[in-house]
Write a protein that binds this ligand. Structure first.
Ligand code: PNS
Length: 213
């Protein structure tokens, strides 16, 4: 009759140590666990691609958004940056302009695409086959609003997960609204938005940057 030693070398180390100390019943369950793992292991390689949507207004795109896109692109197989077409807001840049800006600034990221959407985010996510929504949290005050949206999106579609990520700390105070305000008052936007967008922004507002003292 084969001893436990003859059978156990196929079992992972943790399970082997566990088996040595426990009863025959426990050996069986450890083996069963090991068999389950080896059955599941090949399946991990065939898991479907994880697609995430990163929605927002991006009016305009900031370095904080770009930082988050780069982080998201590292952990998701595909990241779809989705610009909301919102007829209630009067944005500084048209959706087409923002699409162009985002496409230019993310062209080095092969798994990132940029689209626009209208209607419910959950419907757009479903249409794209996405499993996750990516949102950035800069400071704790973002959390309440983001949590409310995440809960509501979960209510609308329980299969869609919201994933929060933090941009670099140096962007924790950065927002499109402040960027627009600083630009309109001629302030410096160095390090806050991509240079090409800064040029477009100053042109749109018709305000030249103030010469630094
Ligand atoms: O950059 P923003 O303005 O903070 O992005 C907000 C956005 C676009 C993520 C949110 O307004 C949105 O998802 N709008 C789509 C309409 C929708 O699904 N509303 C229900 C959200 S719980």
């Amino acid at each position: 009759m084969p001893s436990a030693q003859l059978v156990l070398p196929r079992v992972p180390l943790v399970a082997r140590a566990y088996c040595r100390r426990k009863t025959v019943f426990r050996v069986d369950s450890a083996l069963q666990h090991s068999i389950k793992l080896s059955i599941l292991a090949p399946a991990r390689g065939t898991l479907k691609r994880v697609i995430a949507i990163y929605p927002g207004s991006f009016d305009p795109l900031t370095n904080g958004h770009l930082d988050l896109i780069q982080r998201g692109a590292k952990i998701f197989d595909e990241l779809v940056v989705a610009i909301l077409r919102n007829s209630e807001k009067s944005p500084l840049f048209t959706v087409d302009e923002r699409l162009e800006m985002l496409r230019q600034c993310t062209s080095h990221l092969p798994n990132v695409s940029v689209e626009s959407f209208e209607g419910l985010l959950v419907d757009f996510a479903r249409a794209r086959g996405a499993q996750a929504v990516l949102r950035g949290i800069r400071v704790i005050s973002d959390y309440e609003y983001e949590l409310q949206m995440a809960w509501m999106n979960r209510k609308l579609d329980p299969t869609l997960e919201t994933v929060f990520m933090m941009p670099a700390g140096s962007y924790s105070y950065l927002s499109s609204r402040l960027v627009r305000e600083i630009a309109s008052l001629g302030g410096s936007l160095a390090g806050l938005i991509p240079a090409t967008i800064e040029t477009q922004l100053r042109e749109r507002l018709g305000v030249a940057p103030l010469v630094p003292k």
